[in-house]
Structure formats: structure tokens, C-alpha cells
Design a protein around this ligand. Structure first.
Ligand SMILES: [Mn+2]
Length: 305
């Protein structure tokens, strides 16, 4: 029995509130546990929020004690790349002002705790990039079966190696594409450099897509993510290809900054648990029970403080 918790982004106060609401209690060591359930965290623990260090303390204590499982988010991946050098000594994620700004809240929280920070970097490297628990699947952004199979084979499991991390930082590599897909989602391009206009009339060649939506008969608006798209049919080329079927094994994700009064499932088999706690939304859990079909009734949440 699992409680799957969405992207936390340094919001420890809401995390504690949510754990209590789910009836997890802190033991003598301060580690949250439940007599019969475990948490699964979908990644993105760091950046943005005010209490990154506290969030990492809570999550790591739970994973160490076996009262929680966790996967890696794109923010953990990015910060690992930020701190890792290639053979020439260049950082895998360049130290540009933009990239530095993204992790400023995290580094500020660890300013006086450099050894601790080093320990958490090592811990983050040990976060699986996906979890396949037979009855349910967990990944930060997208479960594409071929990509999961490729990564599983390359890693001989689900834990990153330094070699794979370095390979994944180079755009031409299959490892790059695989990490993009699993941790950031699917982006689809129109063929032959064709473009379409977004709602503001700007020409675009590619868009992030709802990989849980059947592209056949979809429109830019019903299929696209992250921008205002027109409600016009997508071209035939984009109607081909992968989408995650509603009767497939349930998959739990975060990442998509949803905003809804009342959390709902994406489909009968895809449950996004990220409802934007770092943007004034809510921190959400899905209470999963063995053998039961997914239902909107199983969301539990707290509002951003
Ligand atoms: Mn994310």
C-alpha cells in the first residue's frame, strides 16, 4: 500500500502537514512512518521553496528507514550535472547565470553545511530514474516503455552511473534523449522543419505533449502542454506514435505543474501528483491500494501555506 506524493520543491511545512494528514507519525528519531503504508516520492525535492534542507532531511530519513521510496526528478538530475565535470573539466550543466539562478535557493540553504550538501549529492545520485513495482510504475515525467527498456538495459537496473550521466549530457546521444523523456517528458517536432503558430502567432516547430492522450483526432490544444495552443487538428504525422493506453499498468508521475481546485487523474492509468505547491497550489498525495482501479476519490492534499 503506497501513498504517492508529488513534487515538493523545498516546501517542508506542507510536506509535514500532508504526512500527518495521511496518518504518518514521527518516531523517536523524527522519521515519519505509518504502520501499514509507505510513501513513494516522485522527485523534485529541491529548488524554488524556502526549506530545501529540511525536505531532504525528511525524505532521506524515510528512504533510509524503508518507510518511503523515491525517484529522481529533473531538478535533482540538473543539479548533479551542475556539479559533475566531463573529461575536459567542463561541467555537464554549464555554470550560466540562468542555471545558477535555478539552484540558488538550494545552495543558499546549504551555505553553512558543505559536508551535508556533498552527502545529499551522493544520495541524489542513488535515486532510481524509475521504479517498476509490477502493479504500479513511477517515473518523474514520462513512462515510455521503449525508453524504460533502453535505460534498464544500459544501467543494468535503474540507478545512474557516472558514465551514463556524462553520456546523457551530450545532445547527440541516445542517453540524452532517454533522460529527457523520462525526467522532462516528450517533445514532438513537426517533420521537415514545418511550423505551426501558437496562440500568440509565434511559429513553433515542437511542443511538449500529453503522452497519455491518444493523438489520433487530437488538436494542438488537447495534445500540447505548456503554452496556449489553438484548437485545431494536429497534422497526420503527429497522430502516429506512442501514447500510454488507459488500460495499461498504472503510472504515477509529477512534473507538470497542474493547477486544479480538485485534483483528478489524467486517465484511468496515468496519475500526475504535481499540483504546484511551489506556485501557490497544493501538495498532493494519491492513496494507492492493491487491486483497486485508480479513482479521483483517492487524492489527499494540503494547500500551500
Ligand atoms: Mn520536474
Amino acid at each position: 500500500m503506497y501513498d504517492i506524493i508529488g513534487d515538493i520543491h523545498g516546501h517542508a511545512t506542507e510536506l509535514i502537514q500532508l504526512l500527518k494528514k495521511l496518518n504518518y507519525k514521527a518516531d523517536a528519531n523524527g522519521t515519519y512512518r505509518h504502520p501499514s503504508r509507505k510513501v513513494i516520492f516522485v522527485g523534485d525535492f529541491i529548488d524554488r521553496g524556502p526549506e530545501v534542507r529540511r525536505v531532504l532531511q525528511i525524505v532521506k530519513a524515510m528512504t533510509d528507514a524503508g518507510t518511503a521510496l523515491a525517484v529522481m526528478g529533473n531538478h535533482e538530475y540538473n543539479i548533479l550535472c551542475f556539479h559533475t565535470q566531463d573529461a575536459e573539466g567542463n561541467y555537464l550543466r554549464p555554470h550560466t547565470p540562468n542555471n545558477e539562478r535555478q539552484i540558488a535557493a538550494t545552495l543558499a540553504d546549504f551555505k553553512d553545511y558543505p559536508d551535508e550538501w556533498k552527502m545529499y549529492l551522493e544520495w541524489m545520485m542513488q535515486l532510481p530514474v524509475f521504479l517498476d513495482l509490477e502493479e504500479l510504475r513511477i517515473v518523474h515525467a514520462c513512462w515510455q516503455p521503449e525508453t524504460v527498456a533502453y535505460v534498464r538495459q544500459e544501467l543494468n537496473g535503474n540507478l545512474l552511473t557516472n558514465e551514463f550521466l556524462r553520456a546523457s549530457a551530450i545532445k547527440e546521444n541516445q542517453a540524452y534523449e532517454a533522460i529527457e523523456t523520462l525526467l522532462k517528458g516528450i517533445e514532438r517536432e513537426l517533420p521537415n522543419g514545418q511550423t505551426f503558430a501558437d496562440k500568440d502567432g509565434h511559429p513553433r516547430n515542437a511542443m511538449r505533449v500529453k503522452w497519455w492522450t491518444n493523438p489520433i483526432g487530437a488538436t494542438f490544444k488537447s495534445y500540447g502542454i505548456g503554452a496556449e495552443f489553438k484548437d485545431e487538428p494536429i497534422p497526420a504525422e503527429l497522430q502516429k506514435g506512442f501514447y500510454y493506453k488507459p488500460d495499461d499498468v498504472p503510472v504515477f508521475i509529477g512534473h507538470y505543474w497542474l493547477s486544479q481546485e480538485q485534483p483528478t487523474l489524467r486517465t484511468g492509468s496515468v496519475c500526475c501528483t504535481d499540483f504546484s505547491v511551489a506556485k501557490g497550489g497544493k501538495l498532493v498525495a494519491y492513496r494507492w491500494s492493491e487491486g483497486a482501479a485508480l479513482s479521483d476519490d483517492n487524492f489527499v492534499w494540503v494547500e500551500t501555506v
